[in-house]
Ligand binder design. Structure first.
Ligand SMILES: C[S@@+](CC[C@H](N)C(=O)[O-])C[C@H]1O[C@@H](n2cnc3c(N)ncnc32)[C@H](O)[C@@H]1O
Length: 244
């Protein structure tokens, strides 16, 4: 269920929430988190060839940032929560680059118009109500250059699913998603489904294997996504959009 923006801000100000975030969301071992691996694969594909600054909005503990900040330069990451930023910072010593980490609010981004060639934001936009999402898109649109790229994740409201309320993220059908993106000044260029449920085909014990998870994310991203009818059936995915 979409929550109000104050509540969302407050939740992540708690140090314990920041400390436990990766563990409780299954991101602790990045190499075996299927969702993380497939998101990363799609983002890397989308950012290939992007010239100019990239913004990550609501960087959290930096699970994507750690893997992307050396690929794009400059890479600027922003989050409202100091404890979350501290978590991100704690991983920086393992990196060779020194990307920019800032505290700031999605509803009033501290950047000039047209500052970025691409922006990405995960596990964030769909937490908000439709009205607040419109405000966030407006800010992202403002700080992106003409034809800049916006990449974010969504949750699908599947054909037989009626219940929307007991979920931290708002679920949309694919046509609602396309409408929302269009109404907010972007063109949906491509979607890439994830959570096809492929891992259920393997015994639980094997699902801890890094190699298997890498193979499954490859299968999901590069093969299953070629079949449009499957996109409606998976639980979510990544939208790649362009500013109009
Ligand atoms: C669910 S976490 C997502 C973290 C990360 N993007 C990921 O994919 O794991 C949501 C993040 O949004 C941040 N946040 C909440 N409200 C915000 C706001 N108004 N502006 C910027 N960041 C905000 C929180 O501090 C938290 O780090």
């Amino acid at each position: 269920m979409a929550r109000n923006k104050e509540e969302i801000r407050t939740t992540f100000q708690v140090e314990e929430v920041a400390r436990e975030y990766d563990k409780t969301r299954g991101f602790e071992d990045e190499k075996t988190s299927l969702l993380h691996l497939s998101e990363l694969m799609v983002i890397k594909d989308a950012l290939r060839g992007i010239q100019g600054p990239v913004l990550e909005l609501a960087v959290g503990t930096g699970r994507l940032y750690r893997n992307l900040c050396t690929l794009c330069s400059p890479y600027v990451a922003i989050d409202f929560s100091l404890p979350m930023l501290q978590e991100t910072r704690s991983h920086l010593k393992d990196l060779n680059s020194t990307p920019t980490l800032l505290r700031g609010d999605a509803f009033s981004l501290p950047f000039r118009d047209g500052s970025f060639s691409a922006a990405l934001s995960f596990r964030f936009i769909m937490m908000f109500s439709q009205e607040d999402r419109a405000r966030i898109y407006r800010e992202l649109k403002r700080v992106l250059r003409y034809q800049g790229m916006l990449i974010f994740d969504y949750r699908i409201l599947r054909p037989k699913e009626k219940e929307r309320t007991e979920h931290a993220f708002e679920k949309l059908t694919l046509s609602q998603l396309r409408d929302e993106i269009g109404k907010n000044g972007f063109t949906l260029k491509r979607i890439s489904g994830n959570r096809f449920g492929t891992h259920h085909l393997f015994p639980k014990l094997l699902r801890q294997s890094r190699l298997l998870n890498q193979a499954i994310s490859w299968l999901d991203v590069r093969v299953l996504n070629r079949f449009p009818f499957l996109l409606k059936r998976c639980r979510g995915g990544v939208a790649i959009c362009q500013k109009r």
